[in-house]
Write a protein that binds this ligand. Structure first.
Ligand code: AMP
Length: 397
């Protein structure tokens, strides 16, 4: 894969347009609830500041679907970034247009401005070339540092790379390098842990990682589809009946390890009555909401012996304290492991952050969906676009 990286560009005094992922969670008042996505971009921003680039940042925030939603303006994000960097962040009320081109002239070397929410324009998600061209007209170089948006063919990560030279930012580079390692030469034993809501979301990953992994440990609601495929009574547990045939086929592969016990509940509720049972003994009008103590023990032993661990998806309904133990214990085991540990974004990250263990992980992916698609072996549209940009502009740089 040939891509430009930031080091290929002479950025001093040049306008550099950076696609960041500042899609942070907000509260009802529009205040930033968790700024970890902003903080993740700091190394990139400090590099650009140090090299005296004129920095233009752009991101989407929420799902405004092509309309201006006041609560989804980037103002609070700009304020938070400014507090963290202890530096002014210019914020204007638009994203593209002649006025914005003029505004970019106000940037001195090392200055930063943040554009308005990209998704206030419906063109963004349509991968509009005209919109991408307008974005590109703001700058000399383009940097994609938003792995979490890179599985989408949207203007700000896809169409844009045809108009100005575009590179993979440091965050994106790290994602590509780390995840590629899993697909090529993971140090063995390579253990994959998958949980979460749906088998259908993870089938592609299971199929592709089975080629390299030594074991795939299954938890979360997914496990019940596999257990039913084995012929067990799963009661009222969440099962995807249309995936049973596929699950049965996958189970022929002995690398797939299922839980031997689980925590069942008499209803889907924080305060439900709970019981720990072997998977053969799930009561017909109860539902499984977590892995059981024996499974935790067995999974922990396997994780302890691993040299590479990839984890995506909670082991149970970890939002309910009573059913969070499986996820918490797996999080602790992964954090304590000496293996190279990689977390595939999403809810597993939340579980780790809650336990303040995220800093013990070698690589926490910034994109759940993007990481899964990458590990399925798909070429992500935004990465493909950067490869095209390299081919298009390599003789000009
Ligand atoms: P995902 O986004 O696919 O990683 O799914 C995460 C969601 O799966 C979380 O909100 C969990 O509550 C849910 N989940 C995990 N285990 C179960 C289960 N046994 N039954 C129902 N939902 C579950």
């Amino acid at each position: 894969m040939s891509l430009f990286t930031l080091k290929d560009f002479h950025i001093t005094n040049k306008k550099v347009l950076v696609r960041v992922d500042f899609n942070v969670p907000l509260n009802e008042k529009g205040l930033v609830l968790n700024d970890s996505r902003i903080r993740k971009s700091l190394d990139t921003l400090n590099y650009l500041i140090k090299h005296k680039a004129r920095i233009i940042l752009m991101s989407h925030l929420g799902r405004p679907k092509g309309k201006v939603i006041p609560k989804l303006k980037m103002n609070k994000v700009a304020e938070r970034l400014s507090e963290i960097l202890k530096k002014d962040v210019m914020k204007f009320h638009d994203t593209v247009g002649p006025g914005m081109v003029k505004n970019t002239h106000k940037l001195a070397a090392g200055d930063i401005m943040l554009l308005e929410n990209l998704r206030f324009y419906e063109e963004e998600t349509k991968d509009s070339k005209a919109f991408a061209k307008e974005l590109a007209s703001l700058a000399d170089f383009y940097v994609n540092d938003a792995f979490g948006a890179s599985h989408r063919a949207h203007s700000s990560v896809h169409a844009i790379t045809r108009y100005i030279p575009g590179c993979a930012g440091p965050l994106l580079e790290k994602e590509i390098n780390t995840l590629t390692l899993l697909l090529q030469e993971p140090k063995k034993p390579f253990i994959v842990i998958l949980g979460g809501a749906k088998v259908s979301d993870k089938i592609g990953v299971i199929n592709n990682l089975l080629k390299k992994a030594d074991k795939i440990l299954i938890g979360g609601a997914m496990m019940y589809t596999f257990l039913k495929a084995k012929g067990l009574d799963t009661g009222l547990s969440k099962v995807e009946d249309d995936q049973l045939k596929l699950a049965k086929k996958l189970l022929k592969n002995k690398k797939i390890i299922l839980p031997t016990d689980c925590i069942i509940a008499d209803r889907f509720d924080e305060d439900a009555k709970a019981d720990s049972v072997k998977v053969e003994h799930i009561e017909s009008n109860w539902l499984g909401l977590d892995i059981g103590p024996q499974t935790i023990k067995d999974f922990k032993k396997i994780i302890k012996e691993a040299s590479t661990v990839f984890w995506n998806g909670p082991m149970g309904v970890f939002e309910f304290k009573k059913f969070a133990k499986g996820t918490d214990e797996i999080a602790k085991a992964v954090a304590a492991s000496k293996a190279k540990t990689i977390i595939g974004g999403g809810e597993s990250v939340e579980a780790l952050e809650k336990l303040k263990l995220d800093h013990k992980i070698d690589h926490v992916s910034t994109g759940g969906g993007a990481a899964l698609e990458f590990l399925e072996g798909k070429t992500l549209p935004a990465i493909e676009a950067l490869e095209d940009s390299y081919k298009r502009f390599k003789d000009e740089i």
